[in-house]
Write a protein that binds this ligand. Structure first.
Ligand SMILES: Cc1cc2nc3c(=O)[nH]c(=O)nc-3n(C[C@H](O)[C@H](O)[C@H](O)COP(=O)(O)OP(=O)(O)OC[C@H]3O[C@@H](n4cnc5c(N)ncnc54)[C@H](O)[C@@H]3O)c2cc1C
Length: 295
């Protein structure tokens, strides 16, 4: 389908972007990588005004914060950082390997070259890879609004529904901040796709820590099983605080996941098959994560 005509703006600063958003209130859309917005427009969604944020300085940075002992305590990833940039960043690979692994598995090389973290989270597809991993890593979403007023909310509060977030029309997601723990970490991400590089049917993103005595901060985030990516809180609490996690514990958790969550069936995949695969991939992700801290 041919895209309807639209006005195009390329602001050089956040201030200028907010002026444009205010002048075209409700009609303007931010564009970052364009990998979701352009396909939507090609499908007939009318966007009268596009605000391209790529020339705004400061949105491509990956910034590290350190604690008093010099250890990295958090990493702020700018909204325009692409999946390729994430995958290739040494500080991310070292401190947030789950984020690097997730980014490296998104779509095809072209998508990874252009797609941005800010675009993926703002687009809020329920099965998007980074939405699940943002939840698993307790990410906070940094948002700037008119007058350069900033706020930050948890990914959990940010995701509201399919393609719906807490962002207002006149706000821009500027960065995503991830806490970094000094504890030993285990992680994995597993997803079911119809073919190599396809959008996930569902995704399981797991992160956990071990303080030398017990397992803590168990995070099991699921995408594609509901209206937004979710944390499987009750299943996490079965494992949190345990001194050891056995294969039987993991089997119990993966069964519980399939009782509580329901990935969609399709012409290609039956409901029973998808549910069985959800159990299999949850189990695989947990086994791999636990082995990382115990093996
Ligand atoms: C063929 C194909 C395969 C794909 N496969 C996958 C996959 O396997 N896994 C996956 O997770 N994704 C996949 N995607 C989607 C891809 O990850 C997109 O890049 C992502 O959804 C959007 O990021 P973007 O930077 O391209 O955003 P855009 O397309 O530029 O924007 C998407 C939406 O977010 C808004 N937005 C963007 N940036 C901001 C910001 N900073 N502040 C406020 N609003 C903003 C826009 O207004 C728009 O509504 C695929 C896309 C295609 C075309």
């Amino acid at each position: 389908m041919i895209i309807e005509p639209f006005q195009y703006f390329s602001p050089q600063s956040l201030d200028e972007a907010f002026e444009i958003l205010s002048e075209h209130h409700g009609e303007a859309k931010i564009i970052a990588g364009g990998q979701s917005l352009i396909p939507l427009m090609k499908m007939g969604v009318e966007v009268p005004c596009i605000v391209d944020i790529k020339k705004i300085p400061g949105l491509k940075a990956i910034e590290l914060s350190k604690d008093g002992l010099g250890n990295v305590s958090s990493i702020k990833v700018g909204a325009l950082v692409t999946y390729n940039d994430i995958e290739g960043s040494n500080p991310v690979k070292k401190n947030l390997p789950l984020l690097a692994k997730t980014a490296s598995g998104i779509g095809h090389p072209l998508i990874r070259n252009r797609g941005t973290i800010g675009g993926s989270l703002s687009h809020c597809d329920p099965a998007a890879d980074l939405c699940a991993t943002a939840l698993a890593l307790n990410a906070r979403i940094c948002i700037t609004g008119p007058g350069l007023k900033t706020r930050s909310i948890s990914a959990d509060e940010f995701f509201k529904g399919p393609l719906e977030t807490d962002l207002q029309d006149d706000e821009i997601l500027t960065a995503v901040e991830f806490p970094v723990s000094a504890m030993k970490m285990g992680y994995d991400v597993q997803k079911l796709t119809l073919g190599h590089g396809d959008f996930p049917v569902f995704i399981v993103s797991v992160s956990l820590h071990n303080d030398g005595k017990k397992f803590t901060d168990i995070a099991i985030a699921l995408g594609g099983v509901g209206e937004t990516a979710v944390r499987a809180g009750e299943c996490e609490s079965l494992l949190n605080g345990r001194e050891s996690i056995t294969d039987e514990d993991i089997l119990e958790v993966s069964k519980m996941i399939t009782e509580k969550y329901d990935p969609p069936s399709s012409a290609e995949l039956s409901h029973d098959y998808t549910l069985d695969m959800l159990a299999v991939y949850t189990r695989k992700a947990l086994i791999n994560a636990v082995q990382m801290v115990t093996g």
